[in-house]
Design a protein around this ligand. Structure first.
Ligand code: 7TS
Length: 421
């Protein structure tokens, strides 16, 4: 085998993060995979959890867990206070106007399905149009297709350039049909890394009286989201992408819309009076939270948001951008490597192909080197179709990643190249 090339020198990070201290808060990072230190670069799929979150969940189960909103006993009261306290933390994190606008769900997917089913079912009729973009995750495509099948409405798709930037003139043209009932778009693409101009997109829709839903799954841990400034109607995200647990997520919805919407699911905790003739629903937000929720998960999400707040999202983003710049420069030095998604405004993930080596082979060889990335279509098959590839390899960064880990990724990729040459 030929000698590996000398790697580009990594610029010192200009951020004030104590990376050693941060990494020490993540027990899972302290391990070897196939005899090599774990380099976890699959953060766009799910990020790892700091002790603050693990302990908050463990604390709930070991000290004060009980069902919420219904017990007269002390444990139920304590659980309820912690659960509703987490709702306030989410409200503050998003700068939403009221906790009534914060609905806990299972994740981004359920948040979007809730809107498609309840808002969509109530307002969308045959011949209406729903505008989406060509770079959506399947969870922001399929619920709208299902709605269209039920109602006879039509999906209209905003195209994007080779660089991975939405063509806003096309978006505006689609909004102008007079038939659009809702515009939905992803804040940051999980397949390309593109940060979409969501404020402009909301404004363009609002000027025509069209409500908007933003899929914030990839944005919530990387960008400051100010809901009141953004002025969108719905915003969805998952706890597990923002250092919180899986199985819990959030739907933000404007109060006036949520109040007019029918319940998504029926059951306990979402009613005020039930008789066999008629049921009166609970007020917001309970109307949309049927059944016993993921109590400890919600509390864990609250702890995750505290943890992120204490680091500061702008510091996190600056560090991740350094890693992205470093990775991009080094990856492009590998002959035959092609990056998919080169938007001017891009978040900390890089998707690529390497000659005709299948991304699964790349991922498997990287795994043997301790480097965890994702290979596949990233639940965004229309994006793959747009570029005519079946799949890509994707490295995605979180606050705990280091420039040494970027080097490990690059070194492992040179190894892949050698193996296949
Ligand atoms: N929207 C985007 C933009 C996403 O990236 C994901 C998950 C979802 C929605 C769905 O989130 P969930 O928590 O409801 O599953 N994205 C990925 C990914 O890129 N790799 O694994 C999951």
């Amino acid at each position: 085998m030929s000698a590996l090339p000398v790697l580009t020198t990594v610029p010192a990070s200009n951020t004030s993060l104590d990376l050693t201290g941060i990494r020490a808060e993540f027990p899972i990072l302290r391990q070897q995979i196939h005899g090599k230190p774990l380099v976890y670069l699959d953060n766009a799929a799910s990020v790892q959890k700091p002790n603050a979150v693990i302990n908050a969940i463990s604390d709930c189960y070991s000290r004060y867990y009980a069902n919420i909103h219904r017990g007269v006993h002390l444990l139920s009261e304590r659980s309820t206070i912690a659960y509703e306290g987490a709702r306030e933390k989410v409200r503050a994190f998003l700068n939403a106007a009221s906790v009534r606008e914060i609905i806990f769900t299972r994740g981004t997917t359920e948040s979007i399905n809730l809107v498609a089913s309840s808002f969509g079912g109530n307002t969308v009729k045959a011949g209406d149009e729903i505008v989406i973009t060509g770079m959506e995750h399947h969870s922001n495509i399929v619920p709208w297709q299902l709605l269209c099948q039920r109602t006879g409405a039509v999906l209209k798709v905003v195209p994007f350039t080779d660089a991975g930037e939405l063509i806003l003139e096309e978006y505006e043209r689609l909004l102008n049909s007079g038939r659009v009932k809702l515009a939905v778009f992803v804040h940051i693409s999980n397949a390309l890394g593109t940060i979409n101009p969501v404020k402009t997109m909301v404004d363009l829709a609002r000027a025509r009286g069209i409500p908007t839903l933003i899929d914030g799954a990839q944005a919530i841990a990387h960008l400051k989201v100010d809901i009141q400034e953004l002025d969108c109607d719905f915003y969805a995200f998952s706890g597990h992408k923002v250092y919180g647990p899986s199985g819990v997520g959030v739907l933000y919805g404007k109060q006036i819309l949520l109040e007019a919407m029918p319940p998504y699911q029926g059951g306990g905790d979402m009613i005020s009076v039930v008789t066999f003739e008629k049921t009166e629903y609970a007020d917001l937000p309970n109307k949309f939270e049927a059944g016993t929720p993921n109590i400890a998960g919600v509390i864990g999400l609250g702890a995750a948001l505290d943890w992120v707040n204490q680091l500061g999202l702008s510091t996190v983003a600056a560090h991740e951008n350094d890693l992205l710049d470093d990775a991009t420069v080094q990856l492009l030095e590998i002959p035959g490597l092609s990056i998919m998604g080169t938007a001017r405004d891009k978040a900390a993930l890089v998707a690529f192909t390497l000659q005709d080596i299948h991304p699964h082979d790349i991922g498997t060889i990287l795994d043997r080197e301790g480097v965890a990335i994702r290979a596949g279509h990233h639940c965004a098959q229309p994006v793959m179709q747009r570029y005519g590839v079946p799949a890509t390899a994707r490295a995605s960064f979180a606050v705990y990643n280091t420039s040494d880990e970027v080097n490990a990724l690059v070194k492992a990729l040179w190894k892949v190249k050698e193996l296949f040459s």
